[in-house]
Design a protein around this ligand. Structure first.
Ligand code: PLP
Length: 421
């Protein structure tokens, strides 16, 4: 009897086991924790902890108005959207929330997708193609990097928040592009205007608030570079939307560049407290993404309850500045305490740009895990971020503050961190 397939399978499993053991040796193995709840207090292995690991910065995932909106949407519309957005999955509730979100962002149009990851994929693969250049801030989120690579465009990075190399990359590409003769669409047979018969494009892509360091992009500078080099500016506001700006619409608002960024991607999975990617842009760009984005066309539209939760979260953000201001206030206090203890933090250009994300950089996966364990003993659950989520040697504990923390929680946290040294 031929037992070859079984042998192959077991060899495959042995390889996987070896790789996982290797991860264990270097404290790089990821494992799931079963957590109860997602509020200020969470439970893990029967013990309660103060939650410093969530991106639900404003605590909106438990907000009564948002929960009620989601429940009502289930009662009225059911649990599923039933089909892709381009079939029958774009219901009145989705349509309404897209309009509401576009107004919140001061954009002409908005598009809801299942997640921020899916939104980034849809945006870059719809707008960029081979022959184009995508310049990414080196610390851009993995979903942007993956999306850029998937588009087939040439992908280059520039050092984090530094624009000299960005300018060089754009200049080189525009010098090369002027030698490429683009075909006039009217000379080609009556067909779609494909990337093959258009001039090459240049894109500048970055996060607004960087998720692992909590620092922010200087958007006015990126806007002006984009204009100078005829580039398209795409900003991922995953961690800015809901937090930054007077009305909480994001860093574009707080840095006064609303309407000057070509495409903005937001996600409801952070400060909005639920799930869903939202792209805002001109109608022409949104229509293009709708016609090309595989993570829209070939996936089911978000459930009505999810759309309703997004709409209700925008209402809360617009009407309840207090949470945002309190979070800024405790974040400034925490930053001050960390600097006094000697922790290195990214520069803060203005107090308006404070974010609730704090990296305690420890330098190795082992040290990051040790600090995570010590904080856990003091009653805080934070997250140990290790390579490749962060650059090698910058392994850290990432602390995210939340608007429902008491002043007393913060004082205890500062004491616990002080005893790490
Ligand atoms: C900057 C950034 N962009 C995109 C995403 C993906 O968003 P989502 O969780 O909605 O897929 C995340 C986080 O997960 C993120 O931090």
């Amino acid at each position: 009897m031929n037992n070859m397939p079984i042998q192959t399978e077991s060899k495959f499993r042995q390889e996987l086991k070896l790789e996982l053991e290797h991860r264990d040796q270097f404290s790089m193995r990821r494992q799931l924790r079963v957590i109860k709840g997602n509020a200020r207090i969470i439970e893990y292995e029967g013990k309660s902890y103060i939650n410093l690991a969530s991106n639900d910065y404003l605590g909106l995932s438990n907000h009564p108005h948002i929960k009620e909106a989601a429940i009502n949407a289930i009662i009225k519309h059911g649990t599923g959207a039933g089909a892709s957005k381009i079939v029958i999955g774009h219901q009145d509730i989705h349509h309404h929330v897209e309009k509401q979100f576009a107004a919140f962002k001061g954009a002409e149009s908005a598009l809801l997708l299942p997640t921020g990851y899916a939104a980034n994929l849809a945006v870059l693969t719809s707008l960029a193609a081979p022959g184009d250049l995508i310049c990414l801030d080196k610390l851009s989120h993995t979903s942007l990097i993956d999306a850029a690579k998937t588009s087939g465009a040439t992908v280059r990075t520039f050092p984090h928040l530094q624009t000299a190399k960005l300018r060089k990359l754009l200049q080189r590409h525009s010098d090369a592009s002027c030698c490429i003769s683009s075909t006039n669409p009217s000379d080609t047979p009556k067909t779609y205007y494909t990337p093959l018969n258009r001039p090459p494009r240049r894109f500048i892509v970055a996060d607004s608030v960087f998720s692992m360091d909590g620092d922010v992009a200087q958007l006015p500078e990126l806007v002006s570079i984009a204009k100078e080099y005829d580039a398209i500016l795409i900003i991922d506001e995953a961690h800015g939307t809901g937090l930054m700006g007077k009305n909480g619409s994001g860093l574009c608002e707080s840095q006064n560049v609303k309407g000057q960024v070509d495409v903005i991607i937001s996600t409801a999975s952070k400060a909005l407290g639920s799930l869903g990617g939202i792209v805002t842009a001109d109608r022409i760009i949104i229509d293009t993404i709708l016609n090309h984005g595989k993570t829209i066309i070939y996936t089911t539209s978000i459930p009505p309850a999810q759309a309703a939760a997004i709409g209700a979260a925008i209402e809360v953000i617009q009407n309840d500045e207090h949470r945002r201001h309190y979070l800024q206030q405790i974040s400034l206090k925490f930053r001050h305490a960390l600097l006094n203890m000697g922790w290195q933090l990214p520069d803060l250009i203005s107090e308006d740009e404070i974010t609730p994300i704090f990296p305690l950089i420890l330098g190795s996966p082992e040290k990051a895990i040790k600090a995570y364990e010590l904080l856990k003993k003091s009653g805080f659950l934070a997250f140990a971020s290790r390579y490749p989520a962060v650059p090698r040697g910058e392994d850290r504990v990432r602390i995210s503050l939340r608007a429902d923390l008491a002043e007393n929680d913060l004082d205890k946290l500062i004491t616990a961190i002080n005893s790490l040294n």
